[in-house]
Design a protein around this ligand. Sequence first.
Ligand code: SAJ
Length: 453
Amino acid sequence: MARYEELQQKIQRKTARVGVIGLGYVGLPLAVETIKSGYTVIGIDLHGGKIESLKRGESYVQDISNETLQECLATNRFFPTTDYSVIEELDAISICVPTPLSPNQDPDTSYIINVVEQIKRFMKRGMLITLESTTYPGTTEELIQREFEKLGYRAGIDFFLCYSPERVDPGNRKYSTYNTPKVIGGTTERCMELGTLLYGSLVKTVVPVSSPKVAEMSKLLENTFRSVNIAFMNEMAMMCDRMGINVWEVIKAASTKPFGFMPFYPGPGIGGHCIPLDPMYLSWKAKGFRFHSQFIEIAQSINDNMPDYVRNKTAQVLNIYAKAINSSRILILGMAYKPEVDDLRESPGLEIYELFTNSGATVDYYDPYAQSFVNKKGEIVHSIANDYEAFKTYDCMVLITNHQCFAYQELADLGVAIIDTRNAFEGITNPNVYRIGTSVAIKQEKEVVSLLA
Ligand code: SAJ
């Protein structure tokens, strides 16, 4: 039986042995869905600690509970390991490894390259390999297909290759790996058929496209769309601030338009593992075609400038109270990159912390999700306790992440100046609360001065 038909039959009968390489916030949920679908799954990760944790039934991924993990282990069809040699037993592999940026903001595809080297050592003919990591158009062809063809393997005959971008949104209660449509592009028609057959048995909706490049580009379009629109709202916020208009009220009014408008919101900058990085993968690759994306560059510049805008706004507000950032005690509320997550990656709060510190302030932070981080001096900075009485001793508080658990009315009533970068205090009128994207009203200034009298 030809390799295609043999693999097709294994997928249909659920006897295919599926490998997931990279067991993070993307790989582990994918492994769980694959086990739930009835397959045997070998989970491979470099990090021995993660593998030991998984074997103990202890999840380190926010969206996978210990109970779910233990149910997977109880099927006797889930085998976490650090040993790549198991690849020779596999029929299909999904690659879910990080694609960060290098220090000079270029794509860092070293994780993909290292995994491909391991697969080359142990792969057998007839395997289906699917790359899920977010990356630039051409990666699947250049870093995977060409490498296997150097070994004499032919795509669509000796191996089957697809790209299917991950669409995991950590903390999202509504959309999971299973019910989020999955785009997938195959190197050849037969690659596509096998990829669609396997993923079609794992997720609710598969969206086949004509090539891996289209699939790679679609993911970058999704997230660059967000970065550009967020940047535009950040620019609107600075414009409204200058013009004495409340940007939050403006966005709320524009959002009543039932067609042709989609709200995004200003903030202290953009964080996370996707939006700050994905557009840079696209602009880097496009430059190789002598195409310079102005939108991406401008958006990145505006978003990167927001921490400085927050610092300047804070200085402006402290000035009303006859104070300066220098020698003030500032409390940052929320450090995670977005609400209800514990992830600090690229969080704008980290940059704002450094800006305040470099301006001579004593800076603390409180975040019930993100317990600590390492600052630029290499010191571990811990969140202070959830003590609103202690919060009163600060010269100002800067709300960076609008976690639901914050008691906003109580915070406003503490009498401490608050710089709100998320409109988290919406509906709370209090002369001590200042929002980005609005000017510091003279009336508000007089009210505060009278408070000081
Ligand atoms: N942000 C704003 N204003 C906005 C929206 C976001 O300042 O209007 C900030 C957030 O605070 C955060 C950053 O931008 O710091 C990124 O926020 P995000 O909502 O895009 O959240 P992410 O980074 O978790 O993005 C993920 C992406 N998912 C995948 O790549 C699979 C993205 O495509 C999703 O649209 C997004 O989740 C989501 O909708 O939650």
